[in-house]
Structures are given as structure tokens and as C-alpha cells.
Design a protein around this ligand. Structure first.
Ligand code: UDP
Ligand code: MG
Length: 345
């Protein structure tokens, strides 16, 4: 599959009269081997689109010297560097980046070269034509086993039904977001952030661009099977009460079954003069029912845990320090325009 061709020159010409600011949000966790090259390559590409750019790099508690790699480039790159006080996870790192981004449009992109940089041009092109959210979808998942693919398909089907908005399965965090949508995402009060769900939930016009993810240039993935499963549970809890309904229905069905079974035993005793079956039946039903009760309690507990997290009201990330060298390249005329002035004609 071929990536979108991108007419850089046309876009630059179309917007050059007014100019627009482009922010690139890069979540970063232990990418010392790649981040330097990545930022250089990203900058070299996006400055062809518009001169007014900032690279919002969110260091999500890296412990491997990634910070030094980034800061070494503060002198010549328009860098807005945010260092979180520890590893908060990619979702929160992206949130921190969106909160800090000042662009008219914001691109979220991974630091490991898996998201092709040249797709940004096609995204900006669609944005200029009035699309508020342009997201990249993986065109090829053949590398994954069929079990994982089937589970993924089921998960997104359920989640989309529950969320009331289609959450595209193959879309990730690689996307361009208009500043109006960024403002809406910032204003959402929830702390349990499942970004994929939120992007779909907020609505606005959106469009997909297919891409084939590249190999990682260095380092390794930070998402183990366990982390992915936890993310899936977070998504389900944040967007759906389906597990609660499922256990309620299970409870109802089991109660009906138990009632019928009790009636049958009584009937045998009273009318057929048969002895009541003994220990095995009782033991089996007690273990089954306590198992189901514990499961139900666990599911309710998960939701209570989510409520507890929200009620505590702790911030979803803590920025330990911020260095903004992109500030000085920002022309006041663009960032000071009222929102609807900045909107595309
Ligand atoms: N990342 C992060 N915090 C984390 C894990 C990952 O900011 O806790 C960043 C990571 O540095 C990379 C991006 O998120 O820029 C995607 O991570 P990764 O490549 O490990 O995920 P995968 O591509 O395997 O899904
Ligand atoms: Mg990756």
C-alpha cells in the first residue's frame, strides 16, 4: 500500500497569506537511541509546511538520557519541552502535550519512527480543507495472530456500541487535531483517559488516512500484553457499563435456574417419594454461586475504584519542569487571533 502523496508547496502557498501554527506533540519514554534523529527529521519536514512550528516533547519520566538528547537540540529546534515528574503512561503524556500545545492544529506522533513523518503533510492538507481531525489507520495488521485480531475487533465493536460513537479499530494516537477539538479535549474533566475513545466521543468532522507502520528504529516497545490488557479494561470501564449489566443478567438467570431446580427437588420429594440428592449437589452449587458472586463483586469494585480515582481529583500528570524555546518563533499575530478568525475559510 502506498502512502499519500503530499503537495507541500501547495499547502504552504495556500496558507502563507495568513500563516498557521503547527504543534507536534511527541510522547517520549526511554527513547535515547532514536529521539535525537527523530526530532531532527520531524523538524526538517514540518518546517517545509509552515515556518511557525513548535515541537512539544513530553518526557514521560525517561531514565535513560533521552532528556539530554532532547535538550541538546534546544538551541536550534523550536522546542517546548515538558518533563513529567515520573512515568505516567502514554495517555497522560499526550494529555500533557495537548494541554501545552499552542498550534492552530496539533499533530500527535510517536518518537520511534513507526509513524511516517511524511504523512503529516497529507494530514495538514485535509485540515486545510476543513477536516477537524485527521487520523492515521493501520492498513495492515497481518503481523498479528488471528486471536488478537478477533479479540480486537470484538472489543472495538462493543466499545463503539457503548460509546455511541464509532471508535475506529485500526486508528492509534497518530493524528492531527484542530485547536478547537484540542480545547474540548482539554476541558474534559475526567482523569481516567482513554484517548482513542475520547477522540471519537467528542465528535467533529474526521477522516482516516491509511498507512503502513514502519519498524521501530531502535529500542523496544513499551507496551507489553499486560499493559495492553489494562488499557483495554480502562477503555471499557470509561465508556461502558456493559460488565455491570452482564453480571446483573447472569445473576438473574442463575436465580431463575436455582428456583426451578429447587422446585424440581421439592416435586421429587413430595410426589415421587425420592430422597433429596445430597452433598455433591449442595457443594457444586455453593462453589458456583460464590464464584459468580466474587466475580460480580470484583466488577463492581473496578467501577468503584474508577469513581474513587475521579473523586480524589489528583491531576492526571505532574510537570516537573518546562523549557519553551519555541515561544520566540511564535508571531503574536497568529496566536492572538480570535478562534473563529483562525478557522479555515
Ligand atoms: N510512551 C510514553 N510513555 C509510556 C510508554 C510509551 O510516552 O509509558 C511513548 C514512547 O516513547 C513512544 C510512544 O509512546 O514515543 C509509543 O510507544 P511504543 O512505541 O512503545 O508503543 P507501540 O508503538 O509499540 O504501540
Ligand atoms: Mg512504537
Amino acid at each position: 500500500m502506498k502512502d499519500h502523496a503530499f503537495p507541500i508547496v501547495d499547502i504552504a502557498r495556500a496558507r502563507s497569506a495568513r500563516g498557521f501554527r503547527l504543534s507536534c506533540v511527541v510522547p517520549l519514554y526511554n527513547e535515547v537511541g532514536v529521539v535525537g534523529d527523530f526530532l531532527e527529521a520531524l523538524h526538517a519536514y514540518v518546517r517545509e509546511i509552515t515556518p511557525n512550528i513548535e515541537l512539544v516533547v513530553v518526557n514521560d519520566g525517561s531514565s535513560d538520557g533521552s532528556a539530554a538528547e532532547v535538550l541538546a537540540r534546544a538551541g536550534h529546534l523550536p522546542l517546548h519541552y515538558i518533563e513529567l515528574s515520573r512515568n505516567f503512561g502514554k495517555e497522560h503524556a499526550i494529555q500533557a502535550g495537548l494541554d501545552a500545545a499552542s498550534g492552530d492544529c496539533v499533530v500527535v506522533i510517536d518518537a520511534d519512527f513507526q509513524h511516517p513523518i511524511r504523512l503529516i503533510g497529507a494530514m495538514v492538507d485535509r485540515w486545510i480543507h476543513g477536516i477537524d481531525m485527521v487520523y492515521a489507520v493501520k492498513a495492515d495488521r497481518r503481523g498479528e495472530g488471528w486471536v488478537r485480531r478477533a479479540l480486537g475487533a470484538l472489543f472495538y465493536r462493543v466499545l463503539s456500541l457503548e460509546a455511541g460513537a464509532t471508535i475506529p479499530r485500526n486508528a492509534g494516537d497518530f493524528r492531527l487535531i484542530d485547536s478547537r477539538v484540542v480545547n474540548v479535549l482539554r476541558a474534559l474533566p475526567e482523569r481516567t483517559r482513554f484517548m482513542k475513545g475520547l477522540y471519537a466521543w467528542v465528535g467533529f468532522s474526521s477522516e482516516a488516512i491509511p498507512f503502513v507502520p514502519a519498524q521501530r528504529r531502535g529500542g523496544e516497545t513499551k507496551f507489553s500484553g499486560r499493559k495492553l490488557a489494562r488499557l483495554a479494561i480502562t477503555g471499557l470501564m470509561a465508556f461502558s457499563s456493559l460488565p455491570l449489566r452482564a453480571v446483573s443478567v447472569a445473576g438473574l438467570l442463575i436465580s431463575l435456574g436455582a428456583f426451578a431446580f429447587g422446585g424440581w427437588i421439592l416435586f421429587q420429594k413430595l410426589f415421587l417419594q425420592q430422597p433429596i440428592p445430597g452433598f455433591a449437589t449442595v457443594a457444586a452449587s455453593v462453589t458456583l454461586l460464590s464464584g459468580i458472586q466474587l466475580l460480580a463483586l470484583g466488577i463492581v469494585g473496578q467501577y468503584v475504584g474508577c469513581i474513587f480515582d475521579e473523586v480524589k481529583g489528583r491531576p492526571s500528570y505532574i510537570a516537573a519542569r518546562t523549557i519553551d524555546t519555541a515561544q520566540r518563533t511564535r508571531p503574536a499575530s497568529v496566536s492572538n487571533l480570535p478562534a473563529d478568525e483562525r478557522n479555515r475559510a
